[in-house]
Design a protein around this ligand. Sequence first.
Ligand SMILES: [Zn+2]
Length: 336
Amino acid sequence: MNPSQGTELCAVVEYMFSLETLLSAFGDVEFADRLERIAFNALPATFKPDMWAHQYDQQANQVVCKICDEHIYTNNSGDANIYGLEPNFGCCTANMHQGWPKFASHLWMRSPDGGITALAYAPCVVETKISGQPVRVEVNTNYPFDETIEITVSAPQPIHFALRLRVPTWSEGATVTIGDEESTAQAGTFHTTEREWHGDTTTKLRLPMSTRFQSRFNGAVAIEHGPLLYALQIGEEWKQVRGEAPHADWEVHPTTPWNYALKLTARIPTTADFRVGSRPPRHPVCARRRAVAAESQRPPRAGMGVGAQRRRAAAGQPRRLDRSGGRTHAHPLRLH
Ligand SMILES: [Zn+2]
């Protein structure tokens, strides 16, 4: 798509939910790769850190956000690109808050064989039952700003099940380490550890992140690193144009040059051509509001339970993954 054209915030959130639903039906790694790309890039770019203002339309190449009647859109009003309480129309005001909770509740799902599977990665705690026994899984990580993910399985009683971990298609040379045992994990697959779990067992998943180029519209290129899409940081001047703070409408104007271009030669750049910092100085996504812990517990959807999956497997239908059916306490956002 032409990067000067926009995508509605509702489309970002609803596409994430569509991918989460597709994951529960087909379990393809590529769906999760795309889900993380949207969750870690497009979604947080659509609203202010305090979530009081958001955009209706967001562009990939966005050098100014202002009220403009001579805009490229043919079906949205001139304020669709600014940050506000409900610019253009109020649908995104309602939809924007569904992105993070639905992402958190789909991080883990139950496998058809009764095990559990990590589809996407964020700090979280899963409390569930496997074969009637309580099992707790805690994920500690700074992913996607760090390549290492620590997963601790706690089982008070000995229990045998399969732990599956998604290895993204972009992660070559991934490893899974339990104690002193290290094994390789193939990109684009689910790595399976099937064993008896008892007490606390920590699994260390390392997902090496390379820097990659992608061809885009009209000869453009995008630079990606792991699940992150790189962008030039432009200085910002926020101008309040309507309403009153904190639920006001804002234009954002550039204060630093933005008209740079990458000079590409015939040789395709590789990871060696980049110097990559290990971690940003602070988390770029940061909700600066008081928050309360949230719990979700929902019954399995009709037709998506383990019994239905076994019937599908018996009928030769595609492998399906299901929600874990337990509680998920997730905190993908750092809350202060
Ligand atoms: Zn909308």
